[in-house]
Design a protein around this ligand. Structure first.
Ligand SMILES: [Fe+2]
Ligand SMILES: [Fe+2]
Ligand SMILES: [Fe+2]
Length: 317
């Protein structure tokens, strides 16, 4: 098979972000009623309008490259099974899970638009690059809005529930997330094709194993039942968060994008875990989480810093 041209690659990136926006629209339409808090609900409503505009801007760019709508349909048909599709179909059952999920999804979009801008520039398509930049800023702003409201998110999730009792569930959920991450980080370095990103993933794998030990210790010291950890892992599967890990990203750039989104799942989960721990009067757990959080943030930023290299390894020379 002949290697794909940059222009063909650009159409693929456009198709992927278009599919992401269609999935995002479905999420944003149901998110306000799940948010559990008027301020959070209104953030989702605002972003729903923005998402509608993103979808149509990207559709226009796709049409500029290949006007036949059947081609877009055709590309859309190939979507099922893609990691972000499975991910987007998650059904968060609490305001906290919704916020974690959305926080991660917005970061995935941010990463996707960052990559799209870079590909468009390399292909000499300044118009698409400008659209990507503009949308990226709105994804970023939405991610920041969610990230500024963890207190409200936690309050909405704990409504009518006992913090101490809920805490064990949050710990088990974090444990399930880290277990999934360890799997991704285990196979990641072999897939990436760029030494810098491989090294970052390997380093974070070691950190992740330590995080797992800390969480296990806290679960044990709190007298949590081991079955809780198993239940959380099962629920994670039901949420389809495992879609990321099952998706087998086909390029280094996509793997970097997924890894970046996964780190933000963890950041969202830990931001809430530390707050729930404090409300439950468990300073020890809060302290453990406050040590883990900067490592997750640093890993995310390191991964973001490799996007150019990842693209070099993904695109035709
Ligand atoms: Fe969007
Ligand atoms: Fe978005
Ligand atoms: Fe992590």
């Amino acid at each position: 098979m002949a290697p794909e041209s940059l222009a063909e690659q650009l159409v693929k990136y456009l198709t992927d972000v278009h599919a992401m926006e269609i999935q995002a629209l479905a999420q944003m339409r149901k998110a306000p009623e799940l948010a559990g808090d008027p301020q959070l609900a209104s953030a989702f409503e605002t972003h729903c309008t923005e998402t509608e505009r993103h979808e149509s801007l990207i559709r226009e760019r796709l049409q500029a490259h290949d006007a036949a709508p059947s081609r877009i349909e055709d590309l859309l048909g190939k979507l099922s099974g893609k990691g972000f599709t499975l991910f987007a179909q998650a059904n968060p059952d609490t305001p906290g899970k919704l916020a974690t999920h959305a926080y991660s999804y917005e970061h995935m979009e941010l990463a996707a638009y960052d990559l799209l801008e870079k590909v468009a520039k390399r292909a000499g398509d300044e118009e698409t690059a400008a659209v990507a930049r503009e949308i990226r800023a709105e994804e970023h702003a939405m991610a920041v809005r969610i990230g500024e409201q963890w207190d409200r998110t936690v309050a909405a999730s704990l409504k009518g529930r006992d913090a101490a009792e809920t805490l064990d569930g949050y710990l088990a959920d974090a444990h399930a997330l880290e277990t999934q991450s360890a799997t991704l980080l285990d196979k990641g370095p072999k897939l990436v094709g760029t030494p810098g990103l491989a090294q970052i993933l390997e380093n974070h794998h070691a950190e992740t194993n330590r995080h797992l030990e800390h969480l296990e210790r806290r679960l044990e010291e709190r007298g949590g039942k081991p079955s809780r950890v198993k239940d959380a892992a099962l629920k994670l599967g039901a949420l389809n968060w495992s879609g990321f890990w099952a998706a087998n990203p086909d390029t280094p750039a996509k793997l970097a994008m997924f890894a970046y989104a996964v780190e933000h799942l963890e950041i969202g989960a830990y931001e809430q875990l530390t707050r729930v721990a404090r409300l439950a009067g468990d300073g020890e757990t809060a302290m453990v989480v406050d040590q883990i959080l900067p490592e997750e943030r640093a890993a995310a930023e390191f991964i973001f810093g490799t996007f150019d290299d990842a693209l070099d390894a993904s695109l035709p020379a």
